[in-house]
Design a protein around this ligand. Structure first.
Ligand code: UT7
Length: 359
């Protein structure tokens, strides 16, 4: 009998309706559309409404992933949520998402690898599947960093947006396709590179931590940029080699959307054709753990993925962390269709997104 593989059978994404443009930001901090667009590639981002939470964003994406797969929530064994911006320190967001999905049999938990979280989540989810412990695992990458941004700090607030992406990983016993290789990396010397210092055990919340703005994200942009570029290239090479492939065998590169210049540099370092690198940073900014699964859902929905395609997913983030995976696509990509700018599948009635209290 062939070894059990973890294959993607469902996919979904959710972006809050509210669009914040660069021009709007330039009325809040000393910046400009020209600076943001030329230095980062970002033109606009989505910002969650007051009645949305990390749980509601994640639930909307996961609900679509289950609908695409045709899997009932009660069949789900595990809901794994990768996020650096949970609703609460406890309980875990994964537990709340499982509840709101109606995944009554599922265990739920969170993991945090910041912007690389989805890759770490995929690795963990796939391990549950290939070990034989679970057969249906929802992996969500979600972040609602607008609540952790210092809206007086132009070094960070112009970069990030809110969103969620999800896949359903299912057990396949025919030994074909699915996750072929995955590489994870972390280096805690990068502790201060991207950090929300307050609210944990190092700096528990006090009046001083609020006054000193320790509950907001801080970033050493230049150092992160240099580190990210090198690490993303190296991790990609490792994952592709582990898969027994060459760079030219990869059909599509779905990278964490942090800065268009990082993607261009990695592309040049690895000799990848420009059209193979998926870009949506212009519309969503950096959505942290959500960015890779959002890119995946969009790429499938817009006809960029065919059965048999080899997809490289890669990300880096706070920690530092990085991850890259090679996925061989096996699902019928027409099962779901996201018209550009739409958040629901064509041909299906538009559902009202879940918000806090409405689930
Ligand atoms: O997913 C998490 C990982 N995070 C990242 O990947 C972020 C990685 N870093 C970056 O993407 C880039 O370093 C940034 C986009 C954050 C910054 O771009 P940069 O080209 O490295 O700019 P810089 O930090 O060197 O700043 C250049 C100038 C500075 O002014 P001076 O000192 O040259 O007068 C900044 O003060 O741009 C200024 N600046 C801004 N100007 C207008 C910084 N932020 C802004 C802004 N608007 N928002």
């Amino acid at each position: 009998m062939s070894a059990t593989r973890a294959v993607v059978t469902g996919w979904g994404m959710y972006a809050p309706a509210r669009i914040m443009t660069n021009d709007e930001l330039s009325r809040i901090v000393d910046t400009s559309d020209e600076w943001i667009a030329s230095r980062t590639g970002i033109r606009e981002r989505r910002i969650a409404a007051d009645d949305e939470t990390t749980t509601t964003l994640a639930t909307n994406a996961a609900r679509d992933a289950l609908a695409v797969a045709g899997v009932d929530p009660t069949e789900v064994d595990l809901v794994l949520v990768a996020t650096a911006s949970p609703d609460y320190l406890m309980p875990a967001t994964g537990v709340l998402v499982a509840r709101d999905l109606g995944a009554t049999r599922a265990a739920g938990f969170d993991l945090n690898a910041a912007c690389s979280g989805f890759l770490f989540g995929l690795a963990a989810g796939a391990a549950f599947v290939t070990s034989g412990m679970y057969r249906q695992v929802v992996v969500v990458g979600v972040d609602l960093l607008s609540r952790y941004l210092d809206w007086t700090d132009r070094n960070t607030c112009v970069l990030f947006g809110d969103g969620a992406g999800a896949v359903l990983l299912s057990a396949s016993d025919d030994g074909q396709g699915g996750l072929v290789s995955i590489r994870l990396f972390s280096d805690g010397t990068g502790e201060e590179g991207i950090i929300i210092p307050g609210g944990g055990t190092a700096h528990p919340a006090t009046e001083e931590t609020v006054r000193d703005r320790l509950h907001f994200m801080r970033m050493a942009g230049k150092e992160v940029y240099r580190y990210a570029t090198r690490q993303l290239a190296e991790t990609t090479q490792a994952a592709v080699a582990d898969a027994g492939l060459r760079m030219g065998d990869i059909d599509l590169f779905l990278y964490h959307q942090a800065n268009i210049r990082i993607l261009e540099t990695v592309r040049d370092l690895l000799g990848i054709e420009a059209e193979k690198v998926y870009v949506n940073i212009d519309r969503y900014g950096n959505t942290s753990a959500a960015s890779v699964p959002m890119a995946l859902a969009e790429a499938v929905a817009t006809g960029r993925v065919q059965i048999g395609d080899r997809i490289l997913m890669g990300a880096f983030g706070a920690g530092y962390t990085a991850g890259a995976a090679v996925l061989e696509w096996t699902a019928d990509p027409t099962r779901a269709f996201l018209a550009p700018g739409e958040q629901t599948r064509a041909g299906q009635p538009r559902r009202e997104p879940v918000t806090a209290g409405s689930a």
